[in-house]
Ligand binder design. Structure first.
Ligand code: KG4
Ligand code: ZN
Length: 358
C-alpha cells in the first residue's frame, strides 16, 4: 500500500511517501523565515505559501522516486486541528488527487499523527500513555490502539511550545524560539527557584502555562538588559559575557521549569494507568533536550520504555501524516469527499467509513 501524506496545518508544507508502513521519502518547505518577522504565524500568508508549495513539492517527491500519481493507493491529509485556511489548502489538494486518480482518501488527526510518528522507526505497543507537546497543544492521552485515543488532560490556556516561543519573543528572539531557548539553556546553570511551577498542586492531569508566562514576563521586565536590542539570535561572540551568562541561566531555568511541570502530570497519569506498555512523547517540544531527559527518568521510574520520534519527526512533517493515514487505511477506514477541515479548538470527529474489517 503506497500512501502519500500531506501536512499543511500550520507553517510547514510537508509531503511524504510511506509504503506498507515504511518511510520512503519526504519533502518539507518551512515558512519559518516568512513569519519570523511578525513574531508568529500569519494565517493568510501561511495559506498562500501552502498553495504555492504543494504542487511543486508533490512533483519533486514523485519524480525523484520515479512514481506517478496513479501509483498512489491512499492519500492521507492532516484535516485538523490547525489553521482553517491552511488545512483547506492541503485538503483540496488531496481531494483533487484522489478524484483524479481514484486513490482512497483519509483525513488524519494531526495530534494523533504526532503521537504515532515514532512507529516509522520502531514498533509501537498499546496501550501507551501519550504526551503531545507542540506549539498549539499540550495533551495527555491514553492510547488504546492506533485509532483509539482517550484524552486524559490538556492545557487550559497556552501550549508548552507557545510558552517557549513567547519567552523567546520577550527577549527579542524571533519565532519560533523554542529551539534557541533549548540550545542556549544547555550552556547555563539551572536555578530551580527562578520561576514558579504553577498549577501542579491539584488532583488533575490538565496543564496551565499562563502563570509561568507572567512570571517570565515580570522577570524580563526586572532584567531588561537581558533583551536583545534588536530582533535576532543571541551571539556569544559579540554580546556582553555577563549578560550572555545570565540569559543562558534564565533559559536553563525555564527549560527546567517546563520539563518539571510536564513531569508532575505525566507521573500522575502513569500512576493512574498502571497497565500501559510505554510512554510516547511527541510534538515539537519533544525535541527539547531537558524534556527528553526528564521523560526518560519518568519512564525508568515506571519501568516502561520511553518512545520518542527522532528529531526530524518531532516537528510538523508529512511522514507522520502518511504513517497515520497508512495505519487507519490498513484498519479499513476511509473518508469521502465531504471530509472537512477542523480548526483549532474543535474536537476532530471520528467520522470515517469502515470499508473492511481488520
Ligand atoms: O509540533 P510542532 O512542529 O508544530 C505544532 O503542531 O505546533 O511544534 C512547534 C513548536 C514550536 O513552539 C517550537 O518552538 C517548539 O515546537 N520547539 C521546541 C524545540 N523545537 C521545537 N521547543 C523547545 N525545545 C526545542 N528543542
Ligand atoms: Zn504539530
Amino acid at each position: 500500500m503506497l500512501c502519500l501524506g500531506i501536512e499543511s496545518s500550520c507553517d510547514e508544507t510537508g509531503l511524504a511517501l510511506v509504503r506498507d508502513g515504511k518511510f520512503i521519502a519526504e519533502k518539507l518547505a518551512s515558512q519559518v523565515d516568512v513569519h519570523a518577522l511578525f513574531g508568529g504565524v500569519v494565517p493568510e500568508i501561511a495559506s498562500r505559501e501552502h498553495l504555492r508549495a504543494l504542487p511543486a513539492l508533490f512533483n519533486e517527491l514523485m519524480s525523484e522516486q520515479s512514481l506517478t500519481a496513479d501509483d498512489l493507493d491512499v492519500i492521507a491529509v492532516a484535516r485538523g486541528p490547525g489553521l482553517q485556511g491552511c488545512l483547506l489548502m492541503g485538503l483540496n489538494f488531496a481531494k483533487g488527487l484522489a478524484l483524479s486518480t481514484g486513490a482512497d482518501l483519509i483525513g488524519v488527526n494531526h495530534l494523533w499523527a504526532h503521537l504515532t510518528a515514532a512507529g516509522l522507526e520502531q514498533e509501537l505497543q498499546f496501550p501507551s500513555l501519550g504526551l503531545l507537546v507542540s506549539g498549539g497543544h499540550t495533551h495527555i492521552y491514553l492510547i488504546k490502539s492506533t485509532s483509539e485515543f482517550v484524552l486524559l488532560g490538556r492545557t487550559l490556556d497556552d501550549a508548552a511550545g507557545e510558552a517557549f516561543d513567547k519567552t523567546a519573543k520577550l527577549l527579542n528572539i524571533p519565532y519560533p524560539g523554542g529551539k534557541i531557548v533549548d540550545e542556549l539553556g544547555k550552556l547555563g546553570t539551572v536555578d530551580p527557584k527562578m520561576f514558579p511551577t504553577p498549577y501542579i498542586k491539584n488532583d488533575n492531569l490538565d496543564f496551565s502555562f499562563s502563570g509561568l508566562k507572567t512570571a517570565v514576563s515580570l522577570y524580563v521586565q526586572a532584567n531588561t538588559e537581558l533583551r536583545l536590542p534588536m530582533m535576532g539570535i543571541p551571539d556569544s561572540e559579540t554580546d556582553d559575557p555577563e549578560i550572555v551568562r545570565r540569559r543562558n541561566n534564565m533559559f536553563a531555568s525555564f527549560n527546567y521549569t517546563v520539563a518539571n511541570k510536564l513531569r508532575v502530570k505525566v507521573d500522575r497519569a502513569l500512576q493512574r494507568n498502571k497497565g500501559v506498555k510505554s510512554l510516547i512523547v511527541a510534538g515539537g517540544v519533544a525535541a527539547n533536550s531537558v524534556v527528553r531527559s526528564v521523560m526518560s527518568d519518568v519512564a525508568d521510574k515506571f519501568s516502561i520504555p520511553l518512545v520518542l520520534p527522532s528529531l526530524k519527526f518531532c516537528t510538523d512533517n508529512g511522514a507522520m501524516i502518511a504513517y497515520s493515514g497508512y495505519l487507519l487505511a490498513q484498519d479499513g477506514y476511509r473518508h469521502d469527499f465531504k471530509l472537512e477541515a477542523i480548526p483549532r479548538g474543535r474536537v476532530v470527529p471520528e467520522d470515517w467509513t469502515r470499508i473492511s474489517e481488520k
